[in-house]
Each structure stands twice: as C-alpha cells, then as structure tokens.
Design a protein around this ligand. Structure first.
Ligand code: ADP
Length: 404
C-alpha cells in the first residue's frame, strides 16, 4: 500500500509518499512561501537528485495540484494508486487517537482552531482541498498529541478551578508526539532492548521544543501543554512564565489578548531574550563573538532543558536512556553538552570527543551514541522521522477499514 503523508504549516506544505511494504520513500519534498511571490517547491524522488522549482503558488489547493502533477509524472500512474492520506494535526479536540476524517472530526478540529490561529486554518484548508481532489482515498488525521494520551490526570491538570479541566478540557495535551515516539522506538532498536523495559527521556529541540518522559513505551509526562507555548524556551515562544505576570503586562503595556498572544508566541524565547534571532546557529555564533544577550539566551535555553530532565527523573523513577532530537538536538554539540553540564553524578556522562565530532545522524542511519562507556545512562542522538510514524498509524487504520 502507498501512503501519502501531508504536513502543512501556515505557509508551507511538506509531503512524503511511502511504499509501506518496505517503508521506502518514493518521493518527498516541501512547498515554502505558499501565498507569497516566488514560492519554492523542492522535491526528491527515490534515488534521484533533489529538484527545486520557483513559481507563484497562491494557495494550499494550488500546492496540492502541483504536488499531484509531480506524483503522477513519476512515482505513480494515477492518484487512485494512493488509497490513504495521513494529515498531520496537533490538537484533536476530544479525539486523542488517529481518526478517519469525516464531518464530525472536521467539526471537532474547527472547534480548536481559535487556539492555533497560525496553523489550523492552513491545515483545515489543506485537508478540505485534498479530500476534494482525492475523493477515492481514505483521509486520516494523525494528531501530534496522540502519543501523550496516557499522561495521568495528576500530571495533565492545571491548578485552575476544576471546571476548566472537566468542562473545557484545558489540560496538558502535549505535542511532538510522533517525534518522541520515533525516538523511543529507535532507542529500543539500537539498544536491542524491548521498549517495555526502558525508561526514556526524549528532548525534541527545534524551533519548537519539548521534553518527554516515556515509561515502558508510553508517554507519562511532557513539557508542552494545552497549547504549544508551555514548557521549554523556544525559538520565538516563551515557554513557562509566571501566569501572574500576564494580566500585569497586559495592563502595563495596554495590550489586547491578540497582542499578548502574539508577544508570547512570536516575539519571545531565543529571539526575545537575544534581540537577535530565533535561529540557534546565529545565537551560538553571536555568543562566541561576545554578544551578551545571545549568551544569556543560549544558557537559559540549555538550563531550562536541564531542569526539565530533572523534573522527568522522579516521574520515571530512573532513566535508562536520554535522547537528543530535533534540528538543534542533532546538530548542536554545544547545546547537548551544556544541557548536561554538572549532571555526571545523576548518571549522564557524555563522551565529549564523540559529542564534538558527531556527524548529524541521517534518515538512513538515524541513531548515534554520545555517552561515555562509564555512563550508567545511555545518551543517544536521533534524527527524527515523524513522517514514518504518521504513515504507520495511517496504514494500520487503512488496513482495518479496508479489511486487508
Ligand atoms: P522545527 O521545530 O521547525 O521542525 P527544526 O527541528 O528543523 O525546527 O530545528 C530548527 C532549529 O535547529 C533552528 O534553531 C536551527 O538554528 C537549529 N539548527 C540547525 N542546524 C544547526 C546547527 N548546526 N547548530 C545549531 N543549531 C542548528
């Protein structure tokens, strides 16, 4: 069976077409700058070089038309060859598991749109357009929060009046679930030990970042919350702040709810602290050159990650494996070593030479180890492959629906 995985952002669309018999990627690529002049369409077919096309692509629908032309030009002869499409979503409202999309599911997804004004409108548009253009296929919603559905209430509830939990569903939902799940599975494969015996802390560090405690294969806690703003310091998101400050800041700076939300989501984090960039590469470079606020942003980012590791340890009881993943996690030896500075006595002992010289793991070889031989806790660096987790989820559901 061939499965198409779609992942849309506010102005982007990523896609991967898998042949599920051996999980081969037949074609994958990205549309960037959708709706802006000179959109970029780049893709790579199995065994072929990367290709890039620059053209105006005004909408998600136009991006899908271009994608379908590329698909039918080579890896498949007709769209009918794709029986199921996986669409990535974050929060699924009342749904916490992979779902076949119908009008009820779409209504539920629309209900949570106000909490994700940047991403959900584009995602909904992409799903609607794709369903119109591929009416023969099963359309499946794969939620980023699914992996966290077993987090116990005591870890998920906020200290607010109970009705917000019981009536409105305001609880820690968690995100990056497909990435955390992939890290857990690959750790188990790499170590040759069953998931059901491992206590793992995964650190997904990218533009968005979150830590996760995985006990015997299940997520039992994570740092992101109902929205993706809670938890670690991120590229432009604040992460945890004192909730008591929010009304004060709004009052003091005369900010509307939209303006405070914009500040917490788009102007905080690494960018807000450094005043320079949200990009960790630029932050690290500036810190080396003596930029004090860049140094502070780097140190605060790593300290917050370190503290999250500490908070996960007692939740797990003990830790067998720590994983760095995400763009920062796989690329930055500086961040990895800073996050674990002073934690040797807790069992996290890095081999600094291995860490420094590590070539970032690839799709083909996604796992590398940077722990010292003497480290009681294994420390791994894993190249995330969220798409394959989505494809597997979609494949399982499609097989059940089609009874094959
Ligand atoms: P997203 O959360 O958008 O998927 P990624 O996981 O791709 O983001 O991570 C993007 C982050 O990875 C950026 O902050 C970028 O600077 C950082 N990054 C990429 N390469 C490096 C590198 N060599 N050193 C440090 N940070 C890097």
């Amino acid at each position: 069976m061939k499965i198409l995985v779609l992942n849309s952002g506010s102005s982007s669309l990523k896609f991967t077409l898998f042949q599920m018999s051996d999980e081969t990627v037949l074609i994958s690529g990205t549309f960037e700058r959708i709706g802006l002049p000179q959109s970029i369409f780049s893709f790579q077919e199995f065994g072929a070089p990367n290709e890039t096309v620059v053209a105006d692509i005004p909408t998600q629908g136009a991006a899908l038309d271009t994608l379908f032309e590329a698909l039918t030009a080579a890896p498949i002869s007709a769209l009918a060859d794709i029986p199921a499409v996986a669409h990535r979503l974050g929060h699924g409202g009342k749904y916490r598991e992979t779902k076949l999309i119908d009008t009820e599911v779409m209504d539920e997804i629309r209900k949570v749109t106000p909490f994700f004004p940047l991403h959900y409108p584009a995602m909904i548009l992409e799903i609607e357009e794709c369903m119109k253009k591929m009416p023969q296929a099963l359309h499946v919603a794969v939620f980023d929060c699914s992996f966290h559905r077993n987090i116990p209430d005591e870890a998920a509830i906020y200290g607010l009046p109970y009705r917000f939990f019981s009536e409105k569903g305001f609880r820690r939902i968690g995100y990056h679930g497909n990435s955390h799940a992939f890290s857990a599975i690959e750790s188990s494969n790499f170590l040759g030990r069953p998931l059901t015996q491992l206590r793992i802390i995964t650190l997904h560090l990218g533009n968005g970042s979150s830590s996760c405690a995985i006990k015997y294969g299940k997520s039992i806690d994570t740092t992101m919350g109902f929205t993706t703003v809670e938890g670690l310091i991120m590229g432009t998101r604040s992460g945890d702040i004192d909730p008591g400050l929010i009304p004060f800041i709004m009052d003091d700076e005369k900010l509307s709810t939209d303006q405070i939300s914009d500040m917490l989501v788009n102007h905080s984090g690494l960018l807000g602290i450094s005043g320079l960039s949200r990009d960790m590469r630029e932050i690290e470079k500036a810190a080396i050159e003596g930029h004090e606020r860049a140094s502070l942003a780097l140190n605060a980012f790593c300290y917050k990650v370190k503290r999250s590791i500490g908070s996960m340890l007692p939740a797990l009881g003990a830790c067998d494996v720590l994983v760095f993943t995400g763009g920062i996690g796989i690329n930055s030896s500086t961040v990895r070593s800073k996050c674990l500075e002073g934690t040797q006595e807790l069992g996290f002992i890095i081999d600094h030479e291995k860490n420094l010289n590590l070539a970032p793991p690839t799709m083909a070889h996604p796992v590398a180890e940077i722990s010292a031989h003497s480290s009681p806790i294994r420390i791994l660096v894993i190249r995330a492959n969220e798409e394959i987790i989505m494809a597997r989820e979609c494949h399982d559901l499609a097989k059940a629906v089609l009874k094959i």
